[in-house]
Design a protein around this ligand. Structure first.
Ligand code: 7PM
Length: 286
């Protein structure tokens, strides 16, 4: 099964997996965010030039998509205001859209941020809350952009406190199916929908690895699969290293995800991920 993702502006061929580079415009992002802070400011202000430079290097390294996020979804993170989120992400999206041929994804759950991001050139809404916030579904339905629906149990602030599943695979699958139905009922065609099991979002180490091992089960939904494993604690806690030193572990897990049908890999480490995709695609064709 080969897929094309329709973002309104372009059709992305997913017959070979593609790489989505992460641009985190958050002060407390554990693995890269504060690198985008303007040095001259006391409070966190994103440095647009640094963000643009990162996006450009992602493009050179072979990413097709950049995912720009301003709300910190790290476990335990505090929620920020919509104004703060807009201040962080919109200027970055505008700058990338004006300067680079990259498909821009916006990592947000807020309908207002989605609206302004789409106006600024975003082509994918990547929502860890799967369009469950007020008006989010209609904002996407009324546009031409694509959406990534992710599963999360609980909320980022509290989601690592308990992991209650009878059958993690079945429950995540059923949740995603329900959100896909909601999208289709609202008029979003399947060419515009991506699904994501949400590694690390209210899941134990064992549950994360069950999802990785059973990723093929999600192929029955007949939609492209996004995976976000990069530098997460499901890797860090195994290899006992801080996020920055989790690249090799993340690539190992990425190969397993690719082998189990991942179509889009969301990553901090684009060059390494593009190499892994090349190795895997060659292996598949041998
Ligand atoms: C802990 C958990 C730290 C998650 C940081 C994160 C995903 C996402 C994020 C994902 C999709 C991060 C994140 N993770 N969007 N946004 N899938 N679609 O690694 O797995 O940046 S936030």
């Amino acid at each position: 099964m080969t897929f094309f993702l329709n973002t309104g502006k372009r059709q992305i061929d997913l017959s070979v997996p593609v790489c989505m580079g992460i641009i985190n415009a958050t002060p407390d992002s554990f693995s890269d965010g504060s690198e985008l802070a303007k040095n001259s400011e006391d409070k966190f202000v994103v440095d647009i030039d640094k963000a643009l430079f990162r996006a450009e290097s992602f493009l050179q390294q072979g990413a097709l998509i950049v995912d720009v996020g301003g709300e910190s979804t790290r476990p335990g993170a505090i929620e920020i205001s919509v104004e703060e989120e807009l201040d962080r992400v919109i200027p970055i999206i505008q700058a990338i859209n004006a300067n680079l041929d990259l498909c821009i994804s916006v990592d947000t759950s807020s309908a207002q941020v989605m609206t302004e991001a789409i106006n600024a050139g975003a082509e994918i809404v990547n929502d860890i809350r799967a369009l469950s916030s007020a008006n989010a579904l209609s904002v996407v339905a009324d546009s031409q952009v694509a959406v990534c629906l992710m599963h999360m149990q609980g909320q980022p602030r509290t989601m690592q406190q308990s992991y209650g599943y009878d059958d993690v695979i079945e429950e995540v699958r059923r949740f995603l199916e329900t959100r896909v139905v909601a999208c289709k009922s609202a008029g979003i065609s399947s060419e515009r929908i991506l699904i994501d099991v949400g590694f690390g979002f209210g899941k134990s180490l064992d549950q994360n690895f069950k999802l990785l091992k059973c990723l093929t089960h999600f192929k029955t939904l007949n939609l492209p699969i996004v995976v976000g494993i990069s530098r997460k604690s499901m890797i860090g806690s195994l290899v006992n290293r801080p996020p920055r030193e989790c690249v090799a572990g993340s690539i190992a897990a990425t190969i397993l995800a690719l082998e189990n049908g991942a179509n889009i890999v969301r990553t901090h480490d684009v060059a390494a991920t593009v190499d892994a995709i090349r190795v895997h695609s060659t292996y598949i064709l041998a």
